[in-house]
Design a protein around this ligand. Structure first.
Ligand code: HEC
Ligand code: HEC
Ligand code: HEC
Ligand code: HEC
Ligand code: HEC
Ligand code: HEC
Ligand code: HEC
Ligand code: HEC
Ligand code: HEC
Ligand code: HEC
Length: 308
């Protein structure tokens, strides 16, 4: 059995070498379709032993983009030695964990064609690169899913970011599970200049892309809103309403002196048991009266106090 494999590998080696030399220069993005023969059809030097991988490649986005030409070598490197040795394993570029190649080496296989693609221009800054990942941590050459992903996007991101998955399951959340917003609306997994790989120069600029009404300018601005939306909100999900990081009134009282005008019956300035309750705690929730916490254009002191 082992002998057969070796003989078979040797026989294929010749074909592969021929294929490779015929291949010449590999596809360059935007360049001409390569003049590579199509050994995937019929007498493939790979299909006999890797029928599933050959079939999945043939129906992949890449194979279609390359018009069916043999692309195995473009990613897996020279197959020469692989076909010509007893040690089939590790004589070829494998993207699996125990393939023995560094993330840098694997990434180079993809960047040989994709270095000029806009989306990966900032790969050097990516937290994913810093964490030792390669392109193949998320993509595969054999995929027929959009953007050649290994699995649908949300599932892919959740597979590693389990904390974010649990946030998104909370009562108030950006509609990611519902398919109305995706992780990559806000993040670029390939990196960028924004903190946390967000697709904007600042958190506020990111939020304004979809919540333009919060941009202002307002006659009366509320400093924390100008500073960073994350002072009061969480990005993915919260167990408080409206993605708030704390419930109201606590969220307001974390900055505003509780003693100014209390919103609970037991404040220092008044209570149910002690004289007339201060009028502000009738509503209890600061937001019942201060309805425009993001900023107001209301006239006079009511605007100033975000009451209108
Ligand atoms: C005669 C059988 C045979 C042929 C033909 C063959 N291989 Fe392999 N290949 C193997 C064996 C055996 C392994 C080692 C598998 C293992 O360790 O699980 C392997 C491993 C691989 C791997 C690594 C798999 C992994 O788990 O990541 C790749 C990629 C690969 N081959 C690509 C090719 C390509 C491309 C061709 C055609 C040019 C080819 N092979 C032709 C037998 C073959
Ligand atoms: C565009 C790059 C690319 C091309 C072209 C490509 N592959 Fe792959 N291949 C990959 C990546 C990336 C993986 C790792 C997939 C994963 O981790 O899920 C892989 C995995 C594999 C594996 C191991 C996993 C499996 O499904 O058994 C084999 C074998 C393989 N490829 C063979 C081939 C053969 C044969 C061809 C040509 C017909 C080919 N590949 C073309 C990128 C490519
Ligand atoms: C031989 C050149 C070549 C290599 C090597 C290559 N690609 Fe591609 N790739 C292409 C071409 C050509 C297209 C189709 C044109 C396009 O969509 O930009 C493409 C398309 C893609 C797309 C989809 C783009 C879209 O807009 O849908 C992704 C994602 C991708 N490649 C990732 C990879 C990854 C990851 C690797 C390494 C495992 C890789 N590619 C290796 C040439 C290559
Ligand atoms: C952490 C996961 C992850 C890693 C690592 C990753 N990508 Fe992507 N990539 C994605 C996702 C998700 C998309 C789809 C983005 C979208 O739909 O907006 C994508 C899209 C792409 C596209 C299509 C761009 C377009 O215009 O839509 C290309 C090309 C690409 N990736 C190449 C690469 C290359 C090359 C590498 C390695 C340098 C890489 N990716 C690493 C997740 C990843
Ligand atoms: C294979 C595992 C894996 C996958 C898949 C993955 N990530 Fe990551 N991601 C990581 C690791 C590891 C880090 C680095 C964590 C750290 O340094 O704390 C990271 C970091 C990040 C960060 C930056 C965190 C920071 O502190 O700066 C963001 C944002 C992110 N990932 C988003 C995504 C998105 C969006 C997707 C899906 C397109 C995705 N990730 C897919 C593993 C993964
Ligand atoms: C509406 C925009 C938005 C969406 C959608 C989004 N994020 Fe985020 N994400 C952010 C912002 C903003 C931050 C930075 C928070 C900060 O600065 O404290 C962040 C932070 C992160 C971090 C860093 C760790 C942390 O919790 O601070 C990771 C990892 C992350 N996001 C992953 C994801 C994943 C995975 C998805 C999809 C399931 C996703 N994000 C969807 C806006 C978003
Ligand atoms: C890609 C578009 C997009 C971006 C960017 C975005 N959002 Fe949203 N946001 C939405 C959508 C869609 C909803 C759901 C609206 C609905 O159901 O009416 C939403 C809802 C919300 C809600 C209400 C949640 C609830 O439970 O009712 C808050 C608060 C919010 N976003 C804050 C933010 C903040 C803060 C940022 C910046 C980190 C941000 N959003 C960035 C699209 C976005
Ligand atoms: C001082 C705390 C605070 C800051 C900072 C803040 N918000 Fe809010 N936000 C709230 C509160 C409180 C609510 C709930 C209002 C309600 O339920 O009436 C809310 C609700 C929202 C809502 C959902 C309801 C609506 O009005 O559309 C969105 C969207 C939103 N905020 C976006 C933002 C954005 C974008 C930023 C940054 C520019 C931001 N918020 C900064 C406190 C804040
Ligand atoms: C991160 C701190 C912070 C949080 C949280 C915060 N505020 Fe403010 N707020 C300020 C600052 C700073 C001012 C500017 C006036 C000042 O210096 O007192 C201000 C001003 C105001 C004013 C106008 C007062 C005046 O004197 O002009 C009102 C009303 C107000 N905030 C209500 C709220 C409400 C309601 C909440 C909860 C949704 C809230 N604030 C949350 C920091 C905060
Ligand atoms: C019943 C309605 C009501 C409730 C509830 C309420 N406020 Fe007010 N608040 C007002 C009005 C009206 C003013 C303006 C008072 C004035 O101009 O004399 C005001 C003024 C303020 C000011 C400005 C103080 C100054 O120095 O000018 C702050 C800060 C403030 N409220 C914060 C809060 C916080 C925090 C909560 C919740 C803990 C809260 N308010 C609950 C109605 C309310």
């Amino acid at each position: 059995m082992r002998h057969n494999v070796i003989r078979q590998l040797r026989r294929y080696a010749r074909t592969a070498v021929l294929c490779l030399s015929a291949a010449g220069v590999l596809v360059v993005l935007g360049g001409a379709t390569p003049a590579i023969s199509a050994p995937n059809e019929g007498g493939s030097p790979c299909a006999d032993c890797h029928d599933k991988a050959t079939a999945s490649f043939n129906s992949s986005y890449h194979a279609k983009a390359w018009k069916g030409a043999n692309g195995c070598q473009a990613c897996h490197g020279s197959t020469d030695q692989h076909l010509n040795t007893e040690q089939a394993k590790n004589t070829i570029i494998s993207f699996s964990k125990d393939g023995g190649r560094s993330a840098k080496e694997l990434t180079a296989q993809c960047l040989s064609c994709h270095s000029s693609t806009n989306h990966v221009a900032f790969w050097e800054t990516s937290r994913h690169k810093a964490a030792g990942m390669s392109c193949a941590s998320c993509h595969t050459g054999h995929s027929n899913l959009p953007k050649n992903l290994k699995m649908p996007q949300t599932e892919l991101c959740f597979s590693c970011h389990k904390d974010v998955r649990s946030q998104v399951n909370r009562q108030s959340h950006h509609p990611i599970k519902e398919g109305k917003v995706s992780c990559t609306d806000c993040h670029d997994p390939h990196g960028g200049f924004g903190n946390k790989m967000i697709k904007a120069d600042s958190v506020n600029e990111l939020c304004f892309k979809c919540h333009a009404d919060k941009r202002g300018p307002f006659m009366w601005e509320h400093p924390p809103v100008e500073e960073n939306c994350m002072i009061c909100h969480t990005p993915h999900g919260s167990s408080h309403t409206k993605l708030l990081s704390k419930k109201s009134p606590n969220i307001c009282q974390s900055c505003h002196d509780y003693s100014f005008h209390p919103s609970t019956p037991y404040g220092a300035n008044g209570s149910f048991t002690n004289g007339t309750p201060v009028r502000q705690f009738v509503g209890r929730n600061c937001l019942n009266c201060h309805t425009n916490v993001h900023g107001s254009n209301g006239a006079g002191s009511q605007g100033l106090r975000f009451v209108r």
